[in-house]
Design a protein around this ligand. Structure first.
Ligand code: ADP
Length: 458
């Protein structure tokens, strides 16, 4: 989102910049940057010598500034230490150092920003830092927004870490406290001018289940809104995608998809005359990937006129189940246990249906990519899936297949309905064509954010 939204905001006339930590990863190291600022920020008893690097040649469509804090941020892992697979032991200090140094730099501008837009708990302390500490109080008038991408993670720490923060104004410490612990996201929700989530339904769901913050989200609902993420429709376009073998548009969709399907089925040893249902994504419970092995086994034990493909990586036991399933249903099911964007594009282009049985889905991109490539989504009615995929049999009209309960019976019924649609050729072609014309571009999402910003700026 942070890689796309600012590009479209800038096209709409907003001077959006992105500030991120300078990790030591391949991407950062392969792009040249210029040091535009050096400073010293205080974090408890530590003095942080930091630099701000302006990335020069990335072609991102927006200015990117990286905060370099030697010893804390310049590590290869982002959320987790790649060596251990777990978070870094000093995660709080890492996130805090980024926020302090970023604010320290911003404070030095001749003209302060009109808006500070913070993403998830990693940056959710900023509204508190500018309103509740003396050190950064000169920015307390700047409107802040906290966007929740994943409400499960709050940045939950022992109150003993409080000494790393700048001196807190009298009576303000309570904004950090949630149940006796420091809960960074809760402070962001309380202190930000606006709280947004990446879909409207996800906001509603968080008000019922947010790992302990549901009451707070209900209380702050007056300032909360859901804005659906978009997709980059210039990059994701079957008319020009360099990673697919046969290009097509709405007019040539039948021929184009069939040609891509034949190539794809050759890769996975499947019969291209059968309908093909695919899954792409992390093989984790959140995505409902654990429902798939039994579901696919059930469908294939009953009928031999459908094929399935799975592309993903994740929980080792699930990876093994998919490998095993390929052996049991050779010629009808195959999996590729890897992260491979080129293959994912070929699957979007060559499949008839894309299944997403997610337990939780804040927004979800796959269903939007799938529709752009004329692949009909079969989704559970949750979060962003609910907001983007109305059922083709709903009274108000729609174009996807939805099921409500997270159960193998409901998912099975959805697949039966999908296959029914596949064999009603005229209706199937009509749905397929219509989904390719839908607009899920960032343009409208960017405008929604801009409209919200305008309500905050005098
Ligand atoms: P999340 O960010 O929760 O994993 P999203 O639906 O928002 O889910 O985005 C997932 C993105 O990652 C999609 O673009 C999807 O195509 C891509 N993706 C996930 N797993 C793989 C994989 N194994 N190979 C290629 N692309 C993948």
């Amino acid at each position: 989102m942070v890689g796309a939204l600012p590009k479209y905001q800038r096209q709409a006339g907003v001077d959006a910049w992105v500030v991120m930590p300078r990790y030591s990863n391949k991407w950062v190291e392969s792009h040249s940057s210029e040091v535009v600022h050096r400073g010293v920020a205080r974090m408890g008893h530590l003095w942080l010598n930091y630099e701000i690097h302006h990335v020069m040649d990335a072609g991102l469509g927006f200015p990117l500034y990286l905060v370099h804090v030697p010893g804390l941020l310049d590590r290869p892992g982002i959320y987790n230490d790649p060596h251990s697979g777990y978070g870094y032991w000093d995660e709080f200090e890492r996130h805090l150092s980024f926020q302090l140094c970023a604010l320290n730099w911003v404070r030095s501008f001749n003209r302060l920003p009109d808006i500070l837009h913070c993403h998830d708990h990693h940056t959710a302390l900023i509204p508190f830092l500018i309103t509740s500490t003396h050190e950064y109080g000169m920015m307390d008038h700047i409107p802040t927004i906290v966007t929740i991408h994943n409400g499960e993670y709050h940045g939950n720490y022992d109150m003993g870490k409080l000494h790393y923060l700048p001196e807190i104004k009298y009576g303000q410490t309570g904004y950090l406290d949630w149940g006796g612990r420091m809960n960074v996201l809760s402070s962001g929700i309380r202190k930000a001018w606006k709280v947004t989530t990446v879909s409207h339904s996800y906001l509603k769901e968080l008000q019922d289940s947010a790992n302990g913050l549901e009451m707070l989200l209900r209380r702050e609902s007056h300032k909360s809104i859901g804005i659906l993420n978009g997709i980059d429709d210039e990059v994701w376009d079957p008319k020009s995608d360099p990673l697919i073998n046969h290009h097509y548009d709405q007019k040539t969709v039948e021929k184009g998809k069939q040609a891509n399907k034949m190539d794809l089925c050759e890769v996975f040893n499947l019969d291209a005359d059968r309908p093909l249902i695919s899954f792409i994504g992390r093989l984790v419970k959140e995505k409902g990937a654990d429902l798939l092995p039994d579901l696919i086994g059930w469908v294939l034990s009953e009928r031999d006129d459908v094929s399935f493909v799975v592309l993903g990586t994740g929980d080792p036991w699930l990876q093994d189940r998919f490998r095993g399933l390929s052996g049991s249903f050779t010629g009808y099911f195959d999996s590729s246990i890897q992260y491979n964007e080129a293959l994912s594009r070929k699957i979007y282009a060559g499949s008839d249906f894309m299944i997403m049985p997610s337990r939780v889905e804040p927004c979800g991109l796959n269903q939007m990519y799938a529709m752009r490539y004329g692949t009909i989504p079969i989704v559970r009615s949750v979060g962003g899936l609910k907001d983007t995929v109305p059922d083709f049999e709903s009274p108000d009209g729609g174009y996807g297949i939805r099921f409500d309960q997270f159960s193998i019976d409901d998912a099975h019924h959805a697949i039966e309905r999908a296959l029914g649609l596949y064999y009603r050729k005229q209706q199937f072609r009509k749905v397929r064509k219509s989904i390719m014309a839908l607009d899920f571009s960032w343009k409208s999402a960017a405008q929604a954010y801009i409209d919200m910003y305008k309500t905050l700026i005098p």
